[in-house]
Design a protein around this ligand. Sequence first.
Ligand code: SAH
Length: 340
Amino acid sequence: MKTDIASLNFDRLAEFVAENGLPKYRTEQIFRWISRGVLSFDEMTDISKDLRAKLSETASLPVLQTEKKLVSSDGTTKFLFTLEDGEHVETVVMKYEHGNSVCISSQVGCRMNCAFCASSLKGLQRSLTAGEMLAQVAVANRECNVSSLVVMGIGEPMDNYDNILTFLENLSDPRGLGMSLRHVSVSTCGIVPKINELAEKKLQLTLSVSLHAPDDETRNKIMPVNKKWNVRTLIDACSNYIEKTGRRISFEYTLIKGVNDSVRHAETLAKLLKGMLAHVNLIPVNYVMERGFEPSSPESIRRFYDTLKSKGINVTVRRTLGSDINAACGQLRHKTEAGK
Ligand code: SAH
């Protein structure tokens, strides 16, 4: 069995290097190459041919073959990658005034089964390794020069917690990409025990919580995870997270016509978040054929926004980017595999 060296943190890589009888300085070289998104040992040009051959006998690098690269009229770039076992993941680069932001997947498929989402239509295939997550950033960075990251692609990051932590450690390591965690957001549907564990790490990243409903009755209908950890339990975990880390939480709220977009929902939401160090992102739901949910009308979105605003909640309506290239939420992988 070869060692998946892109999934080791720096210290573990150093151990691997020592065990293989290589000089210490090789650790930094290899670590740097991995962070630059090389996908074969042959690209590690400051390492001799003999040594590369020797390395490839005991070590492996992630496979991330670019299957499709689509560029939207708004500049959004979407990659569909094929992994070693033939599975697919999506990675999206969004262009903003302040720089490019990459959105990566954390799993192949998802088992959370949110009612509006395309990612879990076929359940969870497997979690991604730390190396596969870093490779998504590194490969996208080679082409698009990314300055920030959101873990908001396919999968539930808190359902792949250990690998996410190693990935974040390597991403922010100054000997590699050195991305500050202040430029990183991790999004969860609300796995409360993991939010509590993460709070203890006191990382500088932004936690995004996919709330989508302010009461159990509504949330139970669209997010099965709510039956395990309900709205109150989730909000308490969020308050604890804010207290421990001092970081503002970003709540995602996707507006679905007739489901969660009434003024009453907005008022309940405002009450729920009153006084919290929080920000609400409103996003009209992206239509997924198999799911059938329709986005709220511009008027309902405006009303929802105004209600929150008038009650002193920090709120923005997020632009939809890349909808002409199926950039939304697991749609490209799904359509490709379904042959559409
Ligand atoms: N599992 C994590 C991260 C991946 S989903 C989470 O739930 O947060 C990233 C975001 O996209 C989440 O807020 C999710 O609820 C939202 N989302 C999924 N499908 C969507 C759709 N069809 N339209 C709009 N947002 C969607």
